[in-house]
Design a protein around this ligand. Structure first.
Ligand code: HEC
Length: 254
């Protein structure tokens, strides 16, 4: 046993350890501070609105969001008129009175507009890779919003000795470190209406918050219900204990 340990240590020292180090680096996703963390967590509405802006102006040219309707945006704090105006920016296929194909403006009840007609078209525009639908992505990836943040801020210079395949980009957070998506965010890519500085880190934080909301819009209700249940159980525990004391007193005949 001891000899084996020494042998293993020697092998590591000989440089076989570098592979192990690279592999553990691949899975390390740093945890971020999120307003929605913890039992009392809520979504930061300003961050959600900024995140929607990043999705709309940057990610929506490649990624669909097909489980979301414009009217869902009311949850982000947009007024009815604003939701209507946002929907009306897109064109949807329709039929005119004589049954001819035409287009109409989007309505609040419409699903988000998809950038490509179908999967083949999406792949053809992205060098064969498919940009996944982002509606549920925060729940579909280990690490959730922490992973999304790490991915969006993980575009670094390709390390020496790393072979990148044609058309791929180095990313520290993506499994295997090669991703077909080119770095989507650069400083000042969007101009935030509330004056927040649009650094890559800020945009990554905001769009990850937005993607957490799209994946779990009822998170706040769930947490509030959880807190209520815990409160109820705490009160129940106190009353059960008081009852126990009374019963014990009676039994002991005092
Ligand atoms: C020019 C097109 C393009 C843009 C713009 C773009 N993406 Fe992507 N994205 C892709 C492609 C292609 C893939 C698939 C990559 C692969 O499988 O290698 C992808 C994959 C992803 C993934 C999945 C990674 C995984 O773990 O599988 C996420 C999350 C993502 N993109 C988020 C975003 C966000 C957020 C934005 C906006 C800030 C964005 N993308 C902008 C093309 C794009």
């Amino acid at each position: 046993m001891r000899a084996m340990k020494i042998g293993a240590a020697a092998l590591l020292a000989l440089g076989l350890g570098t592979g192990v180090a690279a592999a553990s680096e691949a899975v390390h996703i740093e945890k971020q501070e999120w307003s929605f963390n913890g039992a009392f967590g809520t979504f930061d509405r300003a961050s959600l609105q900024r995140g929607y802006q990043v999705y709309k102006e940057v990610c929506a040219s490649c990624h669909s969001m097909k489980y979301l309707s414009f009217r869902n945006l009311a949850d982000l704090g947009f007024s009815e008129a604003e939701v209507k105006a946002l929907a009306a920016q897109y064109e949807y296929p329709a039929l005119d009175e004589s049954g001819e194909a035409t287009t109409r403006k989007g309505l609040p009840a419409d699903r988000f507009h998809s950038p490509f007609a179908n999967e083949l078209a999406a792949r053809a525009s992205n060098g064969g890779a498919l940009p996944p639908d982002l509606s549920l992505i925060a729940k579909a990836r280990v690490g959730g919003p922490d992973y999304l943040y790490a991915l969006l801020t993980g575009y670094h210079e390709t390390p020496a000795g790393f072979t990148l395949n044609a058309g791929m980009n180095y990313n520290a957070a993506f499994p295997g470190h090669q991703i077909a998506m080119a770095k989507p965010l650069n400083d000042d890519q969007v101009t935030y209406a509330d004056g927040t500085k649009a650094t890559v880190a800020q945009m990554a934080h905001d769009v990850s918050t937005f993607l957490m909301w799209t994946a779990e819009p009822k998170l706040e209700e769930r947490k509030r219900a959880g807190v209520k249940v815990m409160g109820f159980l705490a009160i129940l525990t106190v009353f059960s204990f008081l009852t126990y004391l009374r019963v014990r007193k009676k039994v002991q005949g005092h």
